[in-house]
Ligand binder design. Sequence first.
Ligand code: NCD
Ligand code: ZN
Length: 365
Amino acid sequence: MLKLPGLIDPHVHLREPGQTHKEDWDSGTSAALAGGVTVLLAMPNTRPPIFDAATLNLALAAAKAKARCDYAQFLGAGPGNAEWGRHKALPLRAAGLKMYLDSTFGELRLDDMTLWQQHFQTWPRDLPIVAHSESRSMAAVILMAAIYDRPVHIAHISLKEEVLLIKAAKEKGIKVTCEVCPHHLFLTKDDIPPSPLHPSPNGRGDGGEGRLSVRPRLATKEDVDVLWANLDVIDCFATDHAPHTLAEKDGENPPPGFPGVETMLPLLFTAVSDGRLTIDQIIEKSVINPRKIFSLPKQPETWVEVDENARYELHAADLHSRCGWTPFEGWQVRGRVRRVTLRGREAFKDGRALVKPGYGRNVRE
Ligand code: NCD
Ligand code: ZN
């Protein structure tokens, strides 16, 4: 049995408040523990979105009552809330500021670059900003980080041009960090099956992706190969756990997003067994770097026991997420989480969360 520190997942969508038929703080944090994740950072594109003190309180009340692992909650950058500087108390209570600069699920999107500037000027420099920015908007946000001389963390990179741009920016000394999701490392757009309900005329065009719709979109084999070849440029693994029910995913307008918080560890351990990754790299990108980038406290008496030789198939029926499916259904994987100890308590063992809802702590408190 291999003993790892508890993993940190800096990018998780828990759907509460507002869409608890997809997930809530209980099911999502149970899923996290099953994946060896002991701290998660929750995204703000809920209903309502989390963008001020009242909505932050709403999310944190649900978390306090229901979370089984430790957590923090992001605030979302909106058109009318760039007044952060005057109320540093609020930013200090959040995981960080999330800026949505490209289209995705939810209402939070900033098109106007003068709003980006306002947020870069007013969000406290020592607290994290995470940008959902793809391709050219990523280039723009990296320029803004350089102009305002503050760090920015780029969410879920997926393209060759993105990892190469970040590499070049880091070489120039710009304070940029980034994360990659398992689905962008293990799937390509060729894995999207043709679907009569959702014909996909142009590959990366809008819609037409059915169940495998996700933002950023799945990319080409060349993109995936270049991500693997540049793992040293990538600071963190993040799941972008974005649960939507099977009925929604297979319906008329499938919302983008994959569940992932339970399947990341076995996928990464499979890569270790294939000789493409090392356990040290998993610890670096899932513990050490996210802890530093997001200023997270060490969790005392916290570890994950992994049977690294276990060989089994992934099935949605065995997972804890409420969404009821996984893009990795039937995949042969290595590495099973046997037990999670969180702050001295046995929190998960052999498929079951053992700590009660509410055991999880807000790491910003
Ligand atoms: C996310 C969601 O469903 O909330 N969807 C996705 O495809 N990744 C939103 C996001 O992270 O962009
Ligand atoms: Zn996301």
